[in-house]
Design a protein. Structure first.
Length: 216
């Protein structure tokens, strides 16, 4: 394992596990009701056409969830394998391959930016750029949501996939909510809501958080 995984390593890992992941997690099975309430709150804060970018949409499981909240949603993901499944499983939504560090959208294209565990593989020194891109594609007054695991340090999360027959290497970066909020603020956002909860059940090792902020 390298000290810092690059995007190519993350892309390769998710290309490998895309079908297993998409078959196992079809919709909101992993989410608790309080997390779904945060998504609803995010949607309620949107104005205009409620055009939303699901940045790191994976296999697209939350695209119909956002659409049911009257969002005009499209998705991007680094993994071609994940986008292939999103296009197969959710063909009514536009999805494409793109990095959250270099989005192919014009400035101020969206009213909302939805990042559901999409920054967890980005090293700390990339976060300012990631959220700078989020701010670029959001109009002033637009709303960002970011979900992530809380804590400190790096976790090797390869084991969860190896148990399904995938020989991959994948790291996850844990952060405190205060630390992530500070990075988001530095990118031009003002926090409006946060959720923090403890790990639930045997499938979670760490606490979880959801942060909502408005582009200033």
């Amino acid at each position: 394992m390298t000290p810092r995984q690059d995007e190519q390593a993350v892309q390769s890992a998710y290309d490998e596990v895309a079908d297993s992941y998409a078959d196992l997690v079809r919709s909101t099975e992993p989410e608790q009701r309080i997390e779904l309430a945060m998504i609803e709150h995010f949607a309620s804060l949107l104005s205009g056409d409620k055009r939303v970018l699901d940045a790191g949409c994976g296999a697209g499981r939350l695209l119909p969830v956002l659409a049911a909240m009257e969002c005009l949603v499209e998705g991007v993901d680094l993994s071609g394998g994940m986008v292939r499944r999103a296009q197969r499983d959710h063909p009514t939504f536009a999805t494409s391959i793109a990095s959250i560090t270099d989005l192919p959208h014009p400035d101020e294209s969206f009213d909302g930016y939805f990042s559901w565990y999409s920054t967890i593989h980005s090293p700390d020194d990339q976060l300012a750029h990631v959220f700078g891109e989020a701010r670029r594609v959001l109009r002033t007054g637009g709303v960002l949501l970011v979900a992530f695991q809380t804590g400190h340090g790096v976790r090797d999360v390869s084991g969860a996939y190896r148990s399904h027959g995938h020989d991959i290497t994948l790291e996850r970066y844990n952060r405190t909510t205060d630390d992530l909020s500070s990075v988001v603020a530095g990118a031009g956002f003002e926090e409006v809501a946060r959720l923090e909860r403890q790990a639930a059940g045997v499938h979670e090792r760490d606490g979880q958080a959801v942060l909502i902020a408005r582009a200033s």
